[in-house]
Design a protein around this ligand. Structure first.
Ligand code: TXA
Ligand code: MG
Length: 316
């Protein structure tokens, strides 16, 4: 499904005017604002109820446009050429000509850039012609929205418009890689697998923040960031009668659960990623004591799925 031309034109007009518009990307819905407009960007934090300023990803229509915002090392350039447009965010040093507002970069010397692979996002970004800051379009602390209905449930009345482009195909957020020195570090596993990245790089990824930075490099990665209201039990073998069961590929036993869903009966991790946030929302009911989740293998998109579930399971 693609959005109609009128709603795309309206979205472009609103973003240029400094308003907030939710739109689909291939990963999750983004809550977009003109990244060069500090007031518009501040509005994102307010609408989401984010307690503090976390740096945001600036979205652009092409690598050529992204180049104007950041300095790409040879490795960063190889990754951009291999995977953009796609579910990859590159954190690179700001270029002198970077127009992304200090509020969007939270005062860091680096900027997070992404070229999404979705016809609606592409149409909006190409017409806006400026970087568009867009965090996931959910209230702070909720799981990300993968349909327009999920966006509306969280943000209706707080934002100017929602462009409905159907369910987002990837379903988990982009993989974030920092390319700040000569190494490449994984800041967040996501919709592009580690294996695919390492195959292009020809060397293994470094883990987490580099050097002795005093600030965390992906400050948005708070432990409980992706939490549903119910508690989450990982690597469960079965579910009790007051629990919900989130299965995968026929592993474990969900037969006694009050309610059950299966991320992918066939055991396909790509399908599981696409279903993850929608199923967490559906199972997150007041009559559920916990969501028990079957074991998910840690390879491919399983790394991102396990990361989001671990955050959902974290103490809060
Ligand atoms: O798939 C996605 O990435 C979605 C869609 C809408 O593009 N966006 C998304 O944005 O997930 P958000 O704001 O939920 O997550 C952005 C993450 C945060 O953890 C933030 O801390 C990190 O990116 N980040 C942004 N700029 C950074 C920077 N300069 N250095 C380190 N981390 C940064
Ligand atoms: Mg988010």
């Amino acid at each position: 499904m693609t959005a109609d031309r009128h709603s795309i034109e309206q979205a472009v007009r609103l973003i240029v005017e400094g308003r907030l518009v939710a739109f689909p990307t291939e990963t999750v819905y983004g809550l977009g604002a003109d990244a060069t407009n500090g007031r518009a960007v501040a509005g994102i934090y307010e609408a989401k109820g984010r307690p503090r300023f976390n740096p945001l990803i600036a979205h652009l229509a092409s690598f050529d446009l992204a180049r104007g915002q950041g300095r790409f090392s040879p490795a960063a350039e190889r990754l951009a050429k291999a995977f953009w447009p796609g579910p990859l965010t590159l954190v690179v040093p700001k270029s002198p000509g970077c127009t992304v507002s200090e509020i969007a970069t939270a005062g860091l010397d680096s900027v997070a850039l992404r070229v999404p692979d979705h016809v609606v996002a592409q149409a909006i970004l190409a017409a806006v012609g400026r970087p568009v800051a867009a965090p996931s379009a959910n209230r702070s602390g909720h799981v990300s929205a993968t349909t327009a209905a999920h966006v509306a449930a969280d943000l209706d009345g707080r934002i100017a418009a929602i462009v409905d482009g159907g369910a987002t195909p990837v379903g988990v957020e982009s993989t974030i890689l920092a390319c700040l020195e000569d190494r490449v570090a994984m800041l967040r596993p996501g919709g592009l697998s580690r294996e695919a990245v390492e195959a292009v790089l020809g060397f293994p990824l470094a883990e987490g923040p580099e050097g002795a930075a005093d600030e965390p490099l992906a400050p948005g990665m708070l432990a409980s960031h992706y939490a549903p209201k119910a508690s989450v039990r990982l690597d469960a073998q079965s579910a009790g009668p007051t629990e919900a069961w989130l299965g995968f590929g026929g592993r474990g036993d969900g037969s006694k659960a009050r309610v059950a869903a299966d991320l992918s009966p066939a055991g396909d991790l790509t399908e599981a990623a696409a279903n993850l946030f929608g199923m967490l929302r559906a199972l997150d009911r007041p009559d559920i004591s916990a969501i028990a989740v079957a074991p998910i293998p840690p390879r491919g998109l399983g790394e991102a799925i396990r990361d989001r579930l671990a955050r959902a399971a974290a103490e809060r």
